[in-house]
Design a protein around this ligand. Structure first.
Ligand code: FES
Length: 146
């Protein structure tokens, strides 16, 4: 590949990085580069799968130990923002009790993110809604298992 082409690609990547960092803020930019807790899980204790009005689907998997989230992962087929929000929802829920997870709302995720583009804010609500569905699933299983 020519040096010119390499330089062009590097410049373009730099530009995209700068624009993304400016739009999303530093914290979210880091998760955009490298979302944490991305993946699926076999035999979760709680599972949520929600499709948002935008048509994107998010899944959240929970494993509990001593009434706290021991392991969590999320998967999304949606936009970069949904990966950022899923990642933050997972970070916020890890190590938390069921009562604490109930408190994790779309507004709270947006607050932790700091600045987030208005048009992408619904992604935080999709992440929170999916987390709550996974929690619900866990609670129902608890009742069923007596
Ligand atoms: Fe659908 Fe972001 S646009 S989750």
């Amino acid at each position: 590949m020519s040096k010119d082409f390499d330089a062009f690609v590097e410049d373009l990547q730099d530009k995209i990085f700068q624009e993304t960092r400016a739009a999303y803020g530093d914290v979210a930019f880091q998760r955009w580069l490298k979302p944490l807790y991305l993946g699926t899980m076999d035999n979760p204790d709680g599972y949520g799968c929600v499709t948002g009005a935008c048509g994107d689907t998010m899944q959240i998997f929970l494993k509990f130990e001593n009434d706290k989230v021991k392991k969590i992962s999320f998967h999304t087929d949606g936009c970069g923002s949904s990966a950022i929000c899923g990642s933050f929802a997972a970070e916020m829920a890890l190590g938390k009790t069921t009562d604490e997870i109930v408190e994790i709302t779309g507004e709270k995720i947006l607050k932790v993110l700091g600045s987030f583009p208005k048009e992408d804010q619904h992604c935080a609500f999709l992440a929170a809604g999916t987390l709550q569905e996974a929690l619900n699933d866990y609670m129902i299983r608890q009742v069923k298992n007596g």
